[in-house]
Design a protein around this ligand. Structure first.
Ligand SMILES: [Zn+2]
Ligand SMILES: [Zn+2]
Ligand SMILES: [Zn+2]
Length: 308
């Protein structure tokens, strides 16, 4: 039965529709042709990117590399769009996906995220650092070599502000963290996908996208930079696992993920939201901000669990 659902956190609604009885293979996108030509993110072409800010090195050169975006959306030089816009190349191989890397190499990407958040947060005037990943053309990237980006802003993004407001409202009433409570509730629900020592993965009750999945640390931690060594390793494992499952089920789907960390000086519960982009937003969605999701999260979680 179709169901209009309110998000556990936000005043955001989705219409979960089951009537079309879609199966995972109905969401498989046709693969985009790989573009030929020079890849500016490949080793040997470093001179084609803006100057390196920092990299992590292995025995055969860099493994993770960060530089300013060639066409930055925000910059310390733009008074009206003050911020930073950086690219994090996640690996030195061209034809691999993030989940193909061993957990130790994914951990290096996490370390780079932490490094950039720590450094950029100290810049006066910067209020928020949003790290995100676009994978595949339908998810907004034109360069197939795996990378993440970060955009730092003078203000806290509206979505994070709304999550924080909901967090605070719940906290003042219940004296507990809403994310910790959601984790507790979903741990035994049919929306649970998996857990490891330190992280929990589930399909949100009001998932906007088919096979949307969230990663939450089990311990109440506001920022990825607050995680312990072991927790960061668990995050690398969890990210690999969910991306592998999504890739297997949907044949390397386009997706976005983004990190929601605590705004400066605020208490919050860090999480990563992973959004496969296998459907299109259309007129109803734009006009109502209510998204129609044709894959109920309970069914999505069961499909993903069956692959683990
Ligand atoms: Zn490349
Ligand atoms: Zn919490
Ligand atoms: Zn969030």
């Amino acid at each position: 039965m179709n169901e209009l659902r309110k998000d556990c956190l936000l005043d955001r609604w989705v219409l979960i529709t089951e009537n079309r009885g879609k199966r995972p293979h109905d969401f498989i996108q046709k693969q985009c042709e790989a573009k030929e030509g020079v890849c500016v993110f490949c080793p040997g072409n470093e001179h084609l990117t803006p100057k390196e800010i920092i990299s992590i090195s292995g025995p055969h050169g860099w493994t993770v590399r960060c530089f300013e975006n060639m066409y930055p959306a925000t910059s310390l030089d733009f008074p009206q769009a003050f911020g930073r816009h950086e690219v994090i190349v996640e690996m030195n191989q061209h034809n691999k996906n993030l989940q193909d890397l061993p957990p130790g190499a994914i951990r290096e990407v996490i370390d780079m995220y932490c490094n950039r958040i720590c450094e950029i947060s100290t810049i006066s005037g910067i209020q928020y650092v949003l790290i995100f990943k676009n994978h595949g053309e339908e998810a907004g990237t034109s360069i197939s070599h795996e990378h993440s980006q970060l955009i730092a802003l003078q203000r806290v993004p509206t979505l994070v502000e709304e999550e924080l407001a909901a967090y605070k409202k719940y906290h003042s009433k219940e004296k507990r963290c809403i994310f910790c409570d959601i984790a507790k509730m979903e741990m035994d629900s049919e929306r649970k996908i998996f857990e490891n020592d330190d992280f929990f993965c589930f399909a949100p009750f009001a998932s906007r996208f088919p096979f949307e999945a969230w990663l939450l640390p089990k311990r109440h931690a506001g920022n990825i930079t607050d995680l312990t060594n072991e927790e960061k390793n668990s995050l690398a494992d969890a990210l690999k696992k969910i991306l592998e499952a999504l890739s297997k089920l949907l044949k390397n789907p386009p997706y976005n993920y983004y990190l929601h960390i605590a705004p400066k000086g605020e208490d919050f519960h860090f999480h990563i939201e992973i959004c496969p982009r296998v459907t299109k937003l259309a007129g109803f969605e734009l006009g109502s901000e209510i998204i129609i999701n044709t894959m109920p999260p309970e069914k999505a979680a069961a499909e993903l669990r069956s692959l683990l």
